[in-house]
Ligand binder design. Structure first.
Ligand code: NAG
Ligand code: NAG
Ligand code: NAG
Ligand code: NAG
Ligand code: NAG
Ligand code: NAG
Ligand code: NAG
Ligand code: NAG
Ligand code: NAG
Length: 651
């Protein structure tokens, strides 16, 4: 035990030392491609990570491509200058811009700016940089290297040039790439290198990866960035479309910047090291004390200490604050009853919040609480309900979430047919797409694989625009992806109607049981039928879930679109609806090995591939499940299957 603590201590000192050293090095990152998990590394506005790239302005996932402006910036700011010094940086990225009209429009830009949101009406010729009002205004605070693909205003040299823009859509320098035999919007990979040495800003462009070479220099221009930008800025990309459209992808991006903290940090290092040592020793003694105390009590000081000291984000609230916010948990503010506590609406610093009060009696609740904070606290995805903070005081456990004005999805689905028309076909598609992205993120996008374990309509929250956000991670358990044997967890959990048949035999939550519940939710959403039927075991060892059976029956009769929720009116695309139902059935395949992974689900929903083949006759549930033949392995799924095999054979 002493030994493990010493290890921890060493580790702590090392981490802190690394952090300090990292500060000397300053802003440095390298994305060789983009995954959903990189969401948290970017500040995105109207741009997404799809197909391994940032799609600045919306993309292949449906919806109109016209008249958008989008932005994607690296999450951490960069200190560009101070009174005495200027930063230097260089960045390399690969653009791939493919015209969807002839010509494509409008272009993409590498930007340096303190502003994380695009000005209004900055689509079209404005490239998401400025608008009619802010153009030529020093308050715009924007420096950009534009890749302009359409001649949209008189200042443009042509429809294929690179320019340097200073608070102005008219460039101070522009160079056509046509003479270099490069067409920006032709869907080829463009390697770009931008460097600033404190005096000159230079741009290099090439079709191959060896971009930083004199012959690839497009222009170099002396510029004092501090004349246009404040001391602290973000770096990233903006783009726009008009009636002319294109797919604006950034496929990879590395940045190296030596900012002006440099020498001062070295000084701080010498001041900080003694302080750090004292703190570390203090923490060490504190941990010892807590540990000795915990032997008597039932609390787990490790986790609580960890919470207290690392949970800066989400933030720690005071019980007093939350009481005031919710009118002392007044029944009037009650929003609902969750799995392990009540939820209240509150107002805090002018914004609406939802406060979950974890019920005191459930011991289980405490573990859930702790797992919920450590799990969600580090997650950041637009389709997950954001955890703003937590509170643990006087044996009260509270979780503070962003407030979802439109409540939970089950509320809408339980309405009369007519009132269900709030959920239009497009809204429903958007909901299911959002949820599949959230789940893909949980399963494959974060450091540790997370199973949701209780996917159902009442755990899906809707924001003002009816975007879906998955909530209630009370049952989620982290699974270390490196620790293969912990692939599945053993307590039975879930909600009847959403539980996969194998759950009743082995009681395990797996990636595949999440996919099953998601499938049921999908069928529910588009058919308007409740899955809350009892699961019955018939004498053929068949575990039957009636919404799945019911739809499979209709599918067998070749009329699956008859199952459409009357609430949608007739305002849907027959083929698309069919594909959605088939995908739902595929997710509810009785054999877990045959279910698609969330990655595949997402691909089907974005139209990249067609839904998996589903037999018209519902296959019988066979246990243990038969692995699929090797020819059509979906690796993202079988990875986990292999894990459970090692679990069987490894002991
Ligand atoms: C970024 O990472 C890629 C792949 O890991 C590597 O080839 C490239 O050299 C790196 N770039 C920089 C600037 O470190
Ligand atoms: C990029 O900038 C960093 C920091 O200023 C520097 O260390 C590095 O050598 C530069 N890389 C290139 C290719 O010039
Ligand atoms: C993209 O541009 C090329 C060349 O200008 C043109 O031939 C092609 O039709 C355009 N693509 C679309 C989808 O309009
Ligand atoms: C330009 O953007 C600013 C800031 O978003 C906004 O206040 C202004 O109204 C916009 N101008 C136009 C013409 O839309
Ligand atoms: C500017 O944006 C606002 C709100 O987004 C919109 O109502 C208005 O019509 C736009 N103005 C122009 C000139 O496009
Ligand atoms: C321009 O590129 C095309 C295709 O990449 C190639 O066939 C052609 O020879 C190139 N022309 C010049 C002048 O490099
Ligand atoms: C910037 O460019 C000018 C003109 O090409 C050159 O004289 C100067 O040395 C450059 N500055 C640096 C720091 O390279
Ligand atoms: C904007 O900034 C530039 C560079 O500092 C300066 O030359 C110009 O006069 C400024 N324009 C206005 C309107 O303040
Ligand atoms: C874009 O297309 C719409 C509909 O076809 C048309 O009304 C509008 O005038 C076009 N805008 C421009 C700037 O061409």
């Amino acid at each position: 035990m002493r030994f493990s603590l010493t290890c921890k201590l060493m580790f702590l000192i090392l981490t802190i030392a690394c952090k300090i050293v990292a500060q000397v090095k300053c802003l440095e990152f390298n994305f060789s491609d983009f995954k959903d998990g990189n969401d948290a590394d970017l500040i995105r506005e109207n741009s997404y990570i799809v197909l391994g790239a940032i799609q600045v302005t919306p993309d292949v996932r449906g919806g109109s491509l016209t008249n958008h402006a989008g932005r994607a910036l690296y999450k951490e700011p960069f200190r560009l200058w101070s009174k005495h010094k200027k930063a230097t940086f260089n960045t390399t990225f690969v653009l791939n811009i493919l015209n969807q009209t002839d010509p494509g429009g409008e272009g993409l830009a590498f930007v340096i700016t303190p502003e994380t949101t695009a000005p209004q009406n900055s689509s079209g010729m404005w490239l998401g940089l400025v608008n009619e009002t802010t153009n030529r205004n020093n308050e715009s605070k924007i420096v950009a290297v534009e890749f302009d693909t359409r001649m949209s205003h008189p200042g443009d040299l042509d429809g294929n040039h690179v320019g340097l823009n200073l608070n102005n859509i008219d460039s101070v320098v522009q160079e056509s790439l046509s003479s270099r035999n490069i067409t920006i919007s032709s869907g080829v990979d463009l390697h770009v290198h931008v460097r600033y040495d404190g005096e000159n800003l230079s741009v290099y462009v090439s079709r191959n990866s060896v971009v930083f070479e004199q012959r690839n220099l497009v222009f170099s221009r002396a510029i004092d960035l501090s004349a246009y930008l404040p001391e602290t800025v973000y770096v990233g990309f903006t783009a726009s479309t008009s009636n002319f459209t294109e797919l604006n992808c950034v496929r990879s991006w590395s940045f190296e910047g030596l900012d002006i903290h440099g020498d001062r940090t070295m000084l701080w290092l010498w001041i900080l090291i003694p302080i750090v040592c004292v703190v570390v020793i203090g923490a060490f003694l504190g941990a010892l004390y807590l540990r000795s105390r915990s032997k008597a009590g039932e609390t787990n000081p490790d986790i609580e200490a960890e919470l207290n000291h690392c949970a800066v984000n989400p933030q720690k609230f005071k019980l007093r604050e939350l009481k005031r916010a919710t009118g002392n948990f007044s029944p009037e503010n009650k929003l609902g009853q969750g799995g392990f506590g009540m939820v209240f609406k509150g107002k805090w610093e002018g914004r609406d919040i939802a406060v979950k009060r974890v019920s005191e009696k459930s011991r289980q609740g405490k573990q859930e609480f702790i797992s919920e904070i450590t799990t969600i606290g580090n997650l950041n995805h637009r389709n997950l309900v954001k955890l703003l903070g937590w509170c643990y005081e006087r044996k009260e456990f509270l979780l503070v979430y962003e407030y979802m004005p439109n409540g939970s999805l089950d509320k809408y689905l339980s309405l009369e047919d007519k009132s269900r028309s709030n959920l239009t076909w497009e809204t429903r598609k958007n909901i299911i797409r959002g949820l599949s992205q959230a789940l893909e993120y949980l399963h494959n996008g974060c450091e540790k694989r997370i199973l949701h374990r209780d996917i159902k309509a009442s755990n899906v929250m809707l924001d003002l625009e009816y975007n879906a956000k998955l909530g209630d991670f009370g049952l989620a358990r982290m699974i270390q992806q490196s620790e293969m044997t912990h692939h599945s967890t053993k307590e039975i959990a879930g909600t009847p109607g959403y539980m996969a048949p194998e759950t009743f035999l082995n009681g395990r939550a797996t990636v595949e049981t999440d996919v099953y519940a998601f499938g049921v939710l999908m069928l529910e959403l588009f058919s308007g039928k409740k899955p809350s039927y009892v699961l019955v075991k018939d004498n053929q060892n068949n575990y039957n879930n009636s919404i799945v059976n019911w739809l499979w029956e209709i599918y067998r009769n070749g009329s699956i679109t008859d199952a459409a929720d009357p609430g949608m009116g007739n305002l849907f695309d027959n083929e698309e609806l069919k594909s959605v139902f088939i995908l739902g059935l595929a997710c509810c395949h009785p054999n877990p090995n045959q279910r698609p992974s969330m990655k595949t689900v997402l691909k089907v929903l974005t139209g990249e591939t067609s839904p998996p083949e589903v037999p018209t006759e519902r296959p019988a549930f066979i246990w243990p499940a038969v692995p699929p033949s090797f020819s059509d392995i979906d690796y993202s799924l079988t990875g986990s299957q292999i894990n459970s095999l090692t679990e069987l054979t490894g002991r």
